[in-house]
Every structure is written in structure tokens, then in C-alpha cells.
Write a new protein. Structure first.
Length: 312
């Protein structure tokens, strides 16, 4: 066995409908299985932005149009997205493994991620979810449902929810047992279902945990060697999109802090990826993070491409 690797797959790479996702996961499975075939232990995490938004909107629309249809709470929508994304991913990975005569088991764990009820994010909701509304419609949702609504870049009004940091993973023992038994585990889908601990009870809260931070947390818990954060580009860049754009092969923690301070990484895009990569690299000597595209993951692990973040 080579390395234990947590791979964080972006939700946008999975498409915006179940039909589109079924096609895309076939392509997603190939580079994931490449890593497994090379002898690595692979734990897969994924985003769920488009998917949970679609589920939330469908449930909300149904509750308005059908009197007997209850409105589905947001944590339950997150759980639904974990289930159906996991179902598609595990089947695609299983099929690709069997096509290569590999008998590695694959399982999805519906995962609750524990957050601090006193996290400052709860007093400052910033994560947009769901559909766009007119100002009049937004006012009705604020009044009737108590939603936090904001105007989103001239496109309309959207609901925003908190984005707290993960502090623990409720199913960590189960995940660890499966990994140790040689299973490919799909976990912390969409950043996990956000829950707060109330004694022995875990209470779901309407929030979205960034999937990169949740992936970093489970990578620490499982004592992984590598955290691979997949994105649309092969490497991290500074001065992105400008004439002096520069693609980077390696970053130290000091480099990352410098570039963050200079504003090179966009919030909600590359910034959380770099911050999660930094946190993992700093968490224990010898750990490395890699930011690259899905297609280049194998080459990145071999040191041929991607941006490696290390604590020098």
C-alpha cells in the first residue's frame, strides 16, 4: 500500500441533474480507480451545491403547491443529496473496479459533521442556496419562514445560511473501520450534514459546511498522508486571468499566507481550497496537500503536476 489519500471532489463536477450526474460519474470513476489500482487507499469526499439546491427547491415548491406535502428541513435535504450522489458514485466506481478485475468494496456513509453551536458563522449567514427570487418574493419568505435573504449580484434574491467550521465527524469510527478493512469509502458528502451536540443528541442545523474543510477534517481524523482537492484547473495561480498570471507548482505555508493577504484567491472559490490544504499540511509533519484537476490527480501524486502545499 502506498499512501492513504482523501480526495475532495467538487459538486459542480457531478452535474445539475440526476441524468447528467449518471453520465459524469462514469468519467469521474476512472481517475479515482487509477489511484486505487496504483495501491493507494482512497477515501472520497464530494460537494453537493447544485444537488442540494435542486432538492431544496423541489421540496419547497411541492410544499407550496401541495397542501399535504410537508416542507423538508435543510439538513434532511443534505442527507438526501449524500444518499443519491453516493449511490451514483459508488456504483460507477464499483463498475470501473470490476472492469479492471478488482474486487475492492465501495460504500457510502451518510455522514454527520459536528459544528460548534457558538460558531460566529451562525450570526452571519453568507452561503447562498436554492433559487433566485424577486425582492417581493424574498420579503414574503423573510416574513413567513424567517429566512435570511440577500440580493445576489443583480441576479435576484437568494436564501443564505451559515457556513460553520467542522470540529468532528460523528461516524468517524465506522469510516475508519471500513477504510482499515480495505473499502473505498465515500463520506462527508457536501461537507456533511451539519449537526450540533445536545448531550447525546445530534441536532441538524440549517447550514452548509464547506466540503474542502470537511475533507480536511476527515483526512486528519483518518491520519491520511495526502489531501487532494480537485478543481477545474491543473494548478493554483496568482494574478489569475491577468497578463502576469503565474501557475505555481509548490507553496509553503508562508507563501500561502502572503498570497492570501494580497488577495490572490477568491472567496468561495480557490480561497477555501488553499486554506483547507494549509490546515492539513500544518496538522502533522510529513502530510501534504495537492490542488489539481480530476484528470491530473494521478500525475499530481507522482509529482508531475498540480500545486503541492507543504509545511516547510
Amino acid at each position: 500500500m502506498k499512501d492513504k489519500i482523501v480526495v475532495a471532489l467538487g459538486g459542480n463536477a457531478l452535474g445539475k441533474s440526476p441524468q447528467e450526474q449518471l453520465e459524469l460519474v462514469k468519467h469521474t470513476a476512472k481517475p479515482i480507480v487509477d489511484l486505487i489500482q496504483d495501491g493507494h487507499e482512497v477515501i472520497l469526499a464530494h460537494g453537493n451545491g447544485p444537488q442540494v439546491g435542486m432538492i431544496n427547491l423541489a421540496m419547497q415548491t411541492a410544499s407550496v403547491s401541495e397542501a399535504n406535502t410537508p416542507e423538508m428541513p435543510f439538513p434532511e435535504c443534505g442527507a438526501m443529496s449524500q444518499g443519491y450522489i453516493g449511490y451514483h458514485l459508488q456504483n460507477a466506481i464499483r463498475e470501473e473496479l470490476l472492469n479492471r478485475d478488482m474486487q475492492t468494496p465501495v460504500a457510502t456513509v451518510v455522514t454527520q459533521v459536528i459544528v460548534d453551536k457558538n460558531d460566529q458563522a451562525f450570526s452571519n449567514p453568507t452561503k447562498p442556496i436554492g433559487a433566485f427570487y424577486s425582492e417581493e418574493e424574498a420579503k414574503v419568505l423573510i416574513e413567513k419562514k424567517g429566512y435570511d435573504m440577500v440580493e445576489d449580484a443583480g441576479r435576484g434574491w437568494r436564501r443564505v445560511v451559515p457556513s460553520p467550521k467542522p470540529i468532528d465527524v460523528a461516524e468517524k469510527a465506522t469510516i475508519s473501520t471500513l477504510v482499515e478493512a480495505g473499502h473505498v469509502v465515500i463520506t462527508v458528502g457536501g461537507g456533511g450534514i451539519p449537526v450540533v451536540a445536545e448531550g447525546n443528541h445530534l441536532k441538524g442545523v440549517p447550514a452548509v459546511i464547506d466540503k474542502d474543510f470537511a475533507s480536511e477534517k476527515i483526512a486528519e481524523i483518518l491520519d491520511a498522508d495526502y489531501l487532494i482537492i480537485l478543481t477545474a484547473v491543473e494548478k493554483v495561480a496568482v494574478n489569475f486571468g491577468k497578463e502576469n498570471e503565474e501557475w505555481l507548482s509548490e507553496l509553503s505555508i508562508a507563501d500561502c499566507n502572503k498570497y492570501i493577504e494580497e488577495g490572490h484567491f477568491a472567496p468561495g472559490s480557490m480561497l477555501p481550497k488553499v486554506q483547507a490544504a494549509m490546515a492539513f499540511a500544518e496538522s502533522k509533519k510529513g502530510r501534504k496537500s495537492l490542488i489539481t484537476s480530476l484528470e491530473k490527480a494521478k500525475e499530481g501524486i507522482s509529482g508531475l503536476t498540480g500545486t503541492v502545499i507543504v509545511d516547510k
